[in-house]
Design a protein around this ligand. Structure first.
Ligand SMILES: [Zn+2]
Ligand SMILES: [Zn+2]
Length: 251
């Protein structure tokens, strides 16, 4: 099993779990249960916790999946690599194809390395990118759901000129904390998701698919899987055989 023994990453990844779980607990205790509307609480409680569960499952798979570490090799003796051969990494000696970068936290060269994310305590690379995309997507959706639950009644009350909602004894501090966690989670995860999707869709290194295919579609399939299915949005489905990218290291 892959796990990066980095103290900052472990703290940040634990904080991600703690914030997501407390967001769910606060939504129940400070908003849904005091509403005293069983159907409303059951529907929205189930939806939020389904999204949060998928987010945390995606997080675990991002963290515990080898992002595409290249085999470490013997360090070069000083001779420049022959033309056409992958360059050797001066730090770990891996034969490095285009798009691979050395990560100082992981201590390895990673295929199609995007960045090292302390919030998932791992590099985001070719082999765990789908899970990272799903993590940011489900985190943003869960946070957006919580934000809408809080904001829509407040906006309606504002429109009616009544700020105080159904229950005046609601724990205001809990609601404020929930709002801050949900808003920051939505902005941060939404931004990460947007950056990932832009990077995936505009990746110039994906080899062309079948003739006539748009490159964005080829790029999307290279990350999510060979054909659109429920596996695309499931953190439990692996990405399948790695795209025949021809980027394997030549050792
Ligand atoms: Zn390296
Ligand atoms: Zn890394």
């Amino acid at each position: 099993m892959w796990f990066v023994p980095d103290a900052l990453g472990i703290v940040c990844a634990s904080a991600t779990w703690a914030l997501t779980l407390s967001e769910g607990a606060l939504l129940l205790s400070a908003w849904l249960l005091p509403a005293r509307r069983p159907a409303y609480s059951a529907v929205h409680g189930s939806l939020f916790h389904l999204l949060a569960f998928l987010a945390l499952a995606s997080h675990a798979r991002t963290m515990l999946t080898d992002p595409g570490a290249l085999p470490v090799g013997v360090l070069p003796t000083g001779a420049a690599p022959a033309p056409g051969l992958a360059a050797r990494c001066p730090l770990c000696g891996a034969a490095r194809p285009p798009g691979a970068h050395h990560c100082s936290v992981c201590g390895r060269c990673i295929r199609k390395a995007h960045h090292h994310c302390p919030w998932v305590n791992n590099c985001v690379g070719e082999d765990n990118r789908k899970f990272f995309v799903l993590f940011t997507l489900y985190t943003a959706l869960a946070a957006l759901h919580a934000l809408l639950l809080l904001a829509v009644p407040a906006l309606c009350a504002y429109a009616r000129g009544e700020w105080d909602l159904q229950t005046p004894v609601r724990p205001r501090a809990s609601l404020f904390f929930l709002f801050v966690v949900a808003l920051s989670g939505f902005l941060f995860a939404g931004l990460m998701f947007t950056i990932q999707m832009h990077s995936i869709l505009t990746d110039p290194q994906t080899p062309p698919g079948e003739p006539g295919q748009a490159s964005v579609w080829t790029n999307l399939k290279a990350v999510l899987g060979p054909r659109p299915s429920a596996a695309w949005i499931s953190p439990f489905a692996s990405m399948g055989p790695r795209a025949a990218s021809g980027l394997q290291a030549e050792v």
